[in-house]
Every structure is written in structure tokens, then in C-alpha cells.
Design a protein around this ligand. Structure first.
Ligand code: ES4
Ligand code: ZN
Length: 335
């Protein structure tokens, strides 16, 4: 059992969230409300029936339902409402800064203009007291040509997102498939990240770093299978955006007691805790912290370190980063 003081610290400490798919924050209730508002027919009869389908065996079994859920998003206001709901939850969890992924191809493939997607999500970010920035993510099960086309469509709105990511089905879609489009994104000055080493091998983490030139790795938990890579991530301070509840729901680890978060920290890696797809995986930021600290021998010093790691790895201007880090240190000095 987690003691009351540690639980309270985890809830109240200032946090940065660096790995959240906005479409994965869409709660079943909002999916049904938007389906009704937009006249979209769902394959599920009720909120309960939809929620009952959230029994995943691997990444693909989740993605199939996640893309179906996103089909209710049509108007700018839908993207606004989804994002505003997430930001409200994040604020309640004392998330002070968040870097939000969005998947434009999930929507443009259904005929939704990319401007509708970006404007709705961005406007909600501007209306929130939480510091929020956006990362446009390419779907890796689609082609590099399709990623290039999406980049072209998104460039008129480039002041509204600061990063580029890579998500969706990892196995069989290695980072190097997107070498040229990531090179172009780097030239354009975007911050780069990629999902790697969630279900895929450590080699995908290496090519994400060496071929795509990403600055952080999303998930990356399989790095421990390769000692040299583990040492490199620690030495070069390449952050991993770890998502504990996601890893359990998608069977990356059988149970939380087997999660390798503490091993990653002990190896000197800048590991962070994040919610990934909170509406599908059973919790937002505080739920992720509490579930890991309940299952693993983690204490106050780990909480302090994880809070610091989140802000250290953030794509924030240096002065803002230092101000958040000072806030974290002041919080822990008063514990
Ligand atoms: C995702 Cl957990 C995860 N992995 C890869 N792609 C994703 N998109 C949304 N959630
Ligand atoms: Zn993810």
C-alpha cells in the first residue's frame, strides 16, 4: 500500500506530460455525445458496450478501436471540446505543461480538413491555463509519401505545432521508412520524436536516433534488452516518455510489478511518466504515478526525480524550463 503522504505528493507535485495522444483522451461518453451531435453511427450500442470492448491484447487490437472512436470528430468544435476536456483533467492532476500528439491523417482520410483539426485543438490549448504545445504525428502504417503530403497540408499552420512524431503500428514499420520526411522536418526546424521500442526491438530505438535524428524516444522501454543502447541513452540524456498503464493494458508487461521504470531510472536514463491514451488505458497522469508507485519500490526521491525529468525533457524555452524546475524543487523542499 502506498502511504498517504507519498500519494498526496504524487497528486500535488507539478508535472509535465510529454506523451499524450489527444484522440486517446476521448472518453466513451464524449464519443457518444459527438456521434449524436454529428449523426455518426457507431458499432456499439452504448457507452458500457464500448467500454467493455477495451480489452486489448496488443498495440494493434487497441489501435483498431482507437481509430473507430476518432471517427466521431468532424467539426472544429469537436476537436476543441475533446482537447478542452483533456486539459481540464490535466489541470486537476497538477500538470503544468503538456506536449500533445495529434494524428491528422486519422481525420484527413475521412475528409476532415487539416485546418479544422489544428484550429480546434490549438484554440483549446490557448484557452487553458496549462502550458500546452502540439506535436503532429505521422501514422507509420501509412507510406512516407502520405507523410510528405500531410506535412505539405500542415505547413500553412506551422506556427501552431512545434514538433513532429511517429506513431501507430510499430512492428514492420521501422523508423527508417520515414528517413526522408524526418530529414525535411528537421530542416524546417521542428523538434523531433518517435515511438520506438514499445513492441519493437531496440534496433528501432537506434534507427530513430541515428536515422530520424529524434531528440526523445516515446516508450523505449525495450532498450534494456541492449546494454550498449541503455548506456548510450543515459550518457546522451535521451529522455524516454514511459507510459506505465498503457504498457500494462497493451501487454508489454504482464503486470505493473514487472514494469521496468525503476530499472530505467537506476540505469541513469531520463525516464518520464505519461498517460499515452488515458481514456482507453485506465487513467490520467496521477493514476499513472499512483499505479507505478503502488506496484514498485519507488519513494519520494523517485517522485522528485520523475517530476524533474518531465520538465527537463520538455520542448520549452530554457528560462521557462528552469522556472518549472525551480517550482518542482521548491515543492519538494516543503514536503
Ligand atoms: C499509440 Cl500506445 C500507442 N502506440 C503507438 N501509436 C499510438 N497511437 C496512439 N496510441
Ligand atoms: Zn503513444
Amino acid at each position: 500500500m502506498l502511504n498517504e503522504q507519498l500519494r498526496d505528493v504524487l497528486q500535488r507535485m507539478p508535472k509535465a506530460e510529454l506523451h499524450i495522444h489527444i484522440e486517446g483522451s476521448l472518453e466513451p461518453e464524449l464519443i457518444f455525445a459527438l456521434a449524436q451531435r454529428n449523426g455518426v453511427k457507431l458499432d456499439y450500442a452504448s457507452v458500457e458496450a464500448l467500454r467493455a470492448a477495451y480489452a486489448f491484447t496488443d498495440l494493434q487490437s487497441f489501435l483498431d478501436i482507437y481509430y473507430a472512436g476518432a471517427s466521431v470528430l468532424l467539426q472544429e468544435q469537436d476537436f476543441y471540446d475533446m482537447t478542452a476536456a483533456y486539459l481540464k483533467r490535466a489541470e486537476a492532476d497538477n500538470v503544468r505543461h503538456t506536449e500533445i500528439f495529434f494524428d491528422p491523417q486519422t481525420h484527413t482520410a475521412r475528409g476532415v480538413p487539416i485546418k479544422t483539426v489544428i484550429d480546434g485543438i490549438h484554440r483549446a490549448c490557448q484557452d487553458s491555463p496549462v502550458s500546452a504545445t502540439l506535436i503532429l504525428s505521422f501514422l507509420r502504417h501509412l507510406s512516407e509519401a502520405e507523410a510528405f503530403a500531410t506535412l505539405e497540408e500542415a505547413l500553412p499552420y506551422r506556427d501552431k505545432y512545434l514538433g513532429i512524431g511517429l506513431d501507430s503500428s510499430e512492428l514492420g514499420n521501422p523508423p527508417e521508412k520515414f528517413a526522408r520526411v524526418f530529414a525535411r522536418c528537421k530542416e524546417l526546424g521542428f523538434r523531433l520524436v518517435a515511438h520506438a521500442g514499445e513492441e519493437g526491438p531496440p534496433a528501432y530505438i537506434e534507427t530513430a536516433l541515428d536515422v530520424l535524428k529524434v531528440e526523445r524516444i516515446d516508450h523505449g522501454v525495450r532498450c534494456l534488452d541492449d546494454a550498449a543502447l541503455t548506456q548510450r541513452l543515459a550518457r546522451e540524456r535521451i529522455a524516454l516518455t514511459v507510459c506505465p498503464l498503457s504498457n500494462i493494458k497493451l501487454c508489454v508487461f504482464d503486470e505493473m510489478a514487472q514494469h521496468n521504470l525503476l530499472e530505467l531510472l537506476d540505469a541513469g536514463i531520463v525516464a518520464t511518466v505519461n498517460s499515452d491514451d488515458p481514456a482507453y488505458f485506465g487513467g490520467y497522469m496521477n493514476d499513472n504515478f499512483i499505479a507505478t508507485f503502488e506496484a514498485l519500490p519507488l519513494g519520494l526521491s523517485h517522485a522528485h526525480r520523475l517530476a524533474r525529468n518531465g520538465f527537463s525533457a520538455a520542448f520549452l524555452p530554457e528560462a521557462q524550463k528552469q522556472a518549472f524546475l525551480a517550482e518542482v524543487d521548491a515543492f519538494f523542499a516543503a514536503v
